[in-house]
Design a protein around this ligand. Structure first.
Ligand code: FMN
Length: 305
């Protein structure tokens, strides 16, 4: 979100909640190396799935990180979480002075140690099962260092002196109870909320989540250039095939796929949508979010006791 959107979102949420919300920021990667020739090949490939992207499509840039950081400090959330890296030391000090807790997403033990040294108040251990983008600090290692939550969580819990939240493949009470037993203090659920009415995703995507086997949620760089787990749709399968062009780096690939994603959304075609999904997608229930949270926590407490 742009800083103005962050401020507007916070006002809206604050006005209709108890104010205990968390904001999330992506830590930017170094500027991508552009390769116009391979981008042309990708644009031609993408024209099989939607409108052919124009030559300028890869130029789209994410919002200014420092301006986002300032907007977040100004809006004073209870917590701010990071993904794909660490906040600069000076910003961590300002968060601390403002009494804002920092939840750092990590995908390996080495990242967890680095985040704790940098001052994280909570570590979010994101297992490779997770839906959406992987939080790997180094984009190049996101596929090579895929650690499942069952191995990652106890390793981090044994090493860390701050609380650990578990993320990845948790969508029911059994998963919550297992994570707490493995050393988590809390869990973070993503895909498990996607079928709630509050998530407002396209019905075709919601339906496909309910039908997905664990192996149907696959890792690729096909949508943004950063590794993420989505449903294995027609576009993703084609993009992963050996004869497909390698995706451009983030955020170039995101710009290149924007037209296809928008058209898929308009036409309700899940085969070309950015249909993020974790490996436990089929456990997601179409139920109001507050009912889901209450039910999951009650069931998990019963299992643990
Ligand atoms: C649709 C979707 C969007 C996501 N967007 C973000 C994001 O912007 N920032 C972030 O830190 N994590 C994001 N995540 C990852 C979640 O924070 C979490 O790690 C993940 O959903 C946990 O795995 P699960 O999907 O199996 O529950 C996203 C996940 C999904 C499914």
């Amino acid at each position: 979100m742009q800083p103005t959107q962050i401020r507007a979102w916070v006002s809206e949420v604050r006005a209709s909640s108890n104010g205990a919300f968390q904001l999330n920021l992506w830590i930017p990667d170094p500027a991508p190396l552009r390769d116009r020739k391979s981008e042309k090949t990708i644009r031609t490939f993408l024209s099989r799935f939607g409108p052919e992207p124009g030559p300028e499509a890869g130029d789209a840039t994410p919002p200014d990180f420092e301006a986002q950081c300032e907007a977040i400090l100004e809006t004073r959330p209870l917590a701010v979480s990071s993904v794909m890296g660490l906040f600069p030391a000076a910003y961590v000090a300002r968060l601390r002075a403002a009494g804002i807790a920092w939840f750092a997403t990590v995908t390996t033990l080495a990242e967890a140690k680095a985040a704790e040294v940098a001052g994280a108040d909570v570590l979010i251990a994101q297992g490779a099962e997770a839906g959406g983008h992987r939080g790997a600090f180094d984009a190049a290692l996101a596929e090579r260092q895929q650690v499942g939550l069952f191995a990652l969580l106890p390793a981090i819990a044994d090493s860390a002196s701050v609380p650990v939240a578990a993320a990845g493949g948790i969508a029911d009470a059994r998963g919550i109870a297992a994570a707490l037993i493995l050393g988590a203090s809390a869990v973070q659920i993503g895909t498990g909320f996607l079928r709630t009415p509050e998530a407002c995703i396209h019905p075709a995507w919601a339906q496909a989540l309910g039908d997905a086997a664990p192996e149907d949620a696959v890792l690729s760089r096909a949508f943004s250039g950063r590794t993420g787990r989505s449903l294995s749709t027609g576009y993703v399968r084609a993009a992963l095939s050996p004869d497909a062009p390698a995706p451009a780096p983030y955020p170039v690939q995101r710009g290149l796929t924007a037209a296809m994603r928008a058209e898929a959304q308009r036409q309700g075609d899940v085969e070309r949508m950015q249909a993020w999904a974790g490996q436990a997608a089929a456990l997601a229930r179409p139920e109001p979010a507050s009912d889901l949270v209450t039910r999951l926590w009650e069931e998990a407490r019963r299992l643990i006791s």
